[in-house]
Design a protein around this ligand. Structure first.
Ligand SMILES: O=C(O)[C@H]1NCC[C@@H]1O
Length: 396
């Protein structure tokens, strides 16, 4: 038997399609992940507590790597049952399971249109092509809520069209704290701060919470030339500290669900630079450290949503104005910026916990491409099969 076929047919095979969005990987797991039950957030809890070894197996080495990212296809959720969503997903990375991911949503959009196996995507036949725009709408249930994705297609709608961007509209986004001044204790004052004892940052929500900090606030001279490993060390240290600071903890209270109330990432921004696709009013660049200090190669779609909400709250971004968001990779290739605009403002999110927020709806667009297809198997005696590893663990 052909070896690839043998792996494909293995009972415990985890089957994946790999894609990338501006260089950021999405490993789409479409078969073989253990069965989960309940609401999507309950399924996320089960995945975390019962199957973290499977996540590690496919995210970490030797099958993945420190900066791998994944999306697990979920075919039964409360929003699928109610008819609002066509499919569900759990997002995963080097540290656990996240609540929203823009770059993976863009990749998933293409995958879901191109998949015609009803065992993988039972509602594929319900998708309709819009003859005017030659696009298909797919509603994806993510842990943060319903994401409306629009995928350009061929005329008959059987395949996605990679030459045009996928767009998505995430759940309502809002600025959670503007211009917070955070004192930095003496033992944490890394050299770049040059004696300053505080930094100023914003916190914004785009399906996950982001702390947004200008590179200069951290003592770096923008993002056009950066010591990646040094800024990574600074951000890691800072994130651990921020998570203990009462003003930050207060800003991270999500109005609807405590399971969404955590600091996912620090996004270091440089407003001054960035490649600028035609038709946008401005551009900026960000360097996103998320989960266990993974570096996003893409412009971070969920943070683009959060940054648009923040700029709107600061009075800098009116509805329908298009803005470009870059990563180091999109600047390097001068292509691949995500563009975004605000579709709706003044959405009131009323929390049972007394936290009310004024939110906006943001449309984000970007392109994703396929890189391959994989079947991961477990061989007897292979110690890495249980849960993979990171080099940091092995080096003590
Ligand atoms: O595009 C995004 O939203 C994501 N990329 C990796 C980290 C974020 O989840």
């Amino acid at each position: 038997m052909d070896l690839a076929q043998k792996f494909d047919n293995a009972r415990e095979a985890l089957k994946c399609i790999d894609m990338h969005t501006t260089g950021e990987p999405t490993r789409i797991v479409y078969s073989g992940f253990p069965q989960l039950h309940g609401t999507l957030l309950e399924q996320r809890d089960q995945a975390k507590t019962k199957y973290d070894n499977v996540r590690k197996r496919i995210m970490l080495e030797p099958r993945g790597h420190f900066d791998m990212y994944g999306a697990i296809i979920i075919t039964d959720t409360e929003l699928i049952k109610s008819g609002e969503a066509h499919i569900g997903t759990l997002f995963t990375h080097n540290g656990g399971f996240s609540t929203m991911c823009g770059h993976a949503t863009i990749a998933l959009g293409r995958f879901l249109v191109d998949t015609h196996d009803l065992g993988v995507f039972p509602k594929r036949d319900e998708l309709k092509v819009d003859p005017k725009t030659q696009t298909i709408d797919v509603n994806i249930h993510a842990p943060c809520g319903l994401i409306r994705v629009t995928v350009p297609t061929t005329v008959d709608g059987r395949e996605s069209d990679p030459s045009r961007p996928v767009t998505f509209v995430s759940t309502p986004a809002y600025a959670a704290a503007i211009s917070l001044t955070i004192p930095i204790p003496a033992e944490k004052r890394w050299v770049e701060l040059a004696g300053r004892d505080s930094i100023t940052l914003d916190i914004s929500y785009g399906g996950a919470f982001y702390a947004l900090i200008d590179a200069r606030e951290l003592g770096f001279d923008g993002l056009s030339k950066i010591d990646l490993s040094r800024i990574g060390d600074v951000v890691k240290d800072l994130k651990a500290y921020l998570m203990t600071h009462p003003d930050v903890v207060e800003a991270l209270q999500h109005p609807e669900d405590q399971r969404l109330s955590f600091l996912y990432s620090i996004m270091v921004v440089d407003q001054g630079i960035g490649s600028r696709p035609p038709g946008v009013s401005g551009a900026e660049t960000g360097l996103c450290f998320f989960a266990e200090n993974s570096v996003d190669r893409s412009p971070t779609g969920s943070c683009v949503t959060a940054r648009m909400a923040l700029a709107h709250a600061k009075g800098l971004r009116p509805c329908n104005q298009s803005w470009a968001y870059n990563s180091l990779v999109s600047n390097h290739f001068d292509t691949g910026a995500f563009t975004a605009s605000i579709l709706e403002e003044g959405i009131l999110l009323q929390g049972g916990n007394g936290v009310d927020r004024q939110a906006v709806l943001v449309r984000v667009e970007g392109k994703a491409y396929y890189t391959g297809a994989l079947s991961f198997i477990v061989e007897k005696d292979d110690v890495t099969s249980e849960s993979g590893f990171t080099m940091a663990e092995c080096s003590g």
